[in-house]
Design a protein around this ligand. Structure first.
Ligand SMILES: [Zn+2]
Length: 248
């Protein structure tokens, strides 16, 4: 199984994190032909037990909570009978909000809007799963364990209160984690936490690997990224050796 990580689906936002709606539509068709998606909640138990993803289907996740999710991604997924989990930066649902200062090369003043609390509640009521992406998208490994614990607890409480339902999954900002971050995530009450490895790393319930899908990935690359062997190869030691060889 592949757990894919998207950020934005929008027209004309020329940034690696944003996929054009027409490309996303084609990718959803590929996913549907391959057996569709399963909700993250249906595989959480197996992920928590082994940190490994069951074979077969696809889980879709979105990070950061951009408002284009409701405008573009959700209607396209609905047309294809797919489902997804959206990871919200919980500070965005407070009165003070958050500054979108985590996208490389993007002035926060130019950042596209985030989902409003009302939109998040509405999506959840319509069956779209919601998870935590921390309070303010800070790079958690740079914080102490106590700071991580406070951040991850606060964001979980805030979102659970907003939805009137317990939020139990976490996606690390930037996909970054470390032993003290994983401990804090577990202590904060999450059942699993999702990473975004760009090299080999050991999988576990608090380091569940995902595959990032980015702007302009051609269809062949998307098919490779969503194939059964891709993640296994990428998270293996061999892949690390191959990559470091290629870099030399
Ligand atoms: Zn993020």
């Amino acid at each position: 199984m592949s757990i894919l990580c998207y950020h934005s689906v929008a027209s004309g936002w020329d940034d690696p994190v944003s996929v054009e709606p027409a490309d996303f539509e084609r990718q959803c068709a590929v996913i549907r032909r391959r057996g569709g998606t399963v909700p993250l909640s249906s595989v959480v138990d197996r992920l928590a037990a082994r940190g490994a993803t069951p074979r077969g289907s696809t889980v879709l996740t979105f990070d950061d909570g951009f408002a284009d999710y409701a405008e573009h991604a959700v209607p396209i997924m609905e047309r294809h009978g797919l489902t997804a989990t959206m990871y919200i930066v919980a500070g965005s649902v407070t009165g003070s909000g958050v500054s979108v200062d985590w996208i490389t090369g993007l002035d926060p003043a130019d950042a596209p809007p985030l989902l409003t609390p009302e939109q998040i509640r509405d999506l959840h009521a319509r069956g779209w799963d919601i998870g935590s992406h921390s309070m303010a998208h800070r790079d958690l490994p740079t914080l102490s364990e106590a700071e991580c614990l406070a951040d991850l607890r606060d964001s979980r409480d805030l979102l659970s209160d907003l939805l009137g339902a317990a939020v139990s999954t976490l996606a690390y900002p930037f996909g970054h984690h470390a032993p003290h971050v994983r401990r804090a995530a577990e202590r904060a009450g999450y059942t699993v936490a999702l990473a975004l490895p760009d090299g080999p790393e050991e999988a576990g319930a608090f380091a569940v690997p995902r595959i990032g899908v980015y702007r302009g990935n051609p269809e062949w690359k998307f098919r490779v990224k969503t194939s059964e062997w891709y993640l296994r190869t990428r998270t293996s030691a061999t892949y690390g050796r191959l990559r470091s060889k290629r870099r030399q």
